[in-house]
Design a protein around this ligand. Structure first.
Ligand SMILES: N[C@@H](CCC(=O)N[C@@H](CS)C(=O)NCC(=O)O)C(=O)O
Length: 145
């Protein structure tokens, strides 16, 4: 059950993640690059009563609990928050075109690579035509034979 009430204040932020989540890894890289102290809590998102549901109505990780218990979710929202709250070293270049290209690169990583990560996780071809018994796709196809 989603509970938007803040937690009692604590000293550290807490990141709810699952071990294999590529979105969680992205946020963890930002935390490491900026040397931000943050507690990690590994959660299983599969069960309906997953702990993350108390803070994120979408039931997804990563979810960040701020020092005052305020929950933030969606990796991009979390990364932007971290970059604004801890501006040094900055994540983003200064020039608008380079900033846009940086965002585009992130978009391409999510679009092109994360579907493959999901495929590895499930063992299924995410791009396969469900009606195609041979399971061929642009990504796999002939190379399997
Ligand atoms: N747009 C979200 C996607 C997060 C996401 O899909 N997380 C997956 C793990 S990689 C998850 O929690 N899935 C559980 C579910 O969908 O119930 C983000 O960038 O944080």
């Amino acid at each position: 059950m989603y509970n938007p009430r803040p937690l009692p204040p604590s000293h550290f932020m807490k990141l709810l993640v699952s071990l294999l989540s590529p979105y969680g890894r992205k946020v963890r890289i930002v935390l490491a690059e900026k040397r931000i102290d943050c507690e990690l809590e590994l959660v299983d998102v599969a069960p309906a009563d997953s702990p993350v549901v108390a803070y994120n109505p979408l039931g997804k990780v990563p979810t960040l609990l701020l020092d005052d218990g305020t929950p933030l979710y969606d990796s991009r929202v979390i990364m932007e928050y971290l970059d604004e709250r801890f501006p040094h070293p900055p994540l983003m270049p200064v020039d608008p075109v380079t900033r846009a290209q940086f965002r585009l690169a992130l978009y391409r990583i999510e679009h092109d690579w994360y579907s493959l990560a999901a495929e590895i996780g499930t063992g299924e071809d995410a791009q396969a035509d469900p009606g195609d018994d041979a399971g061929t796709s642009a990504a796999g196809g002939d190379e399997r034979t």
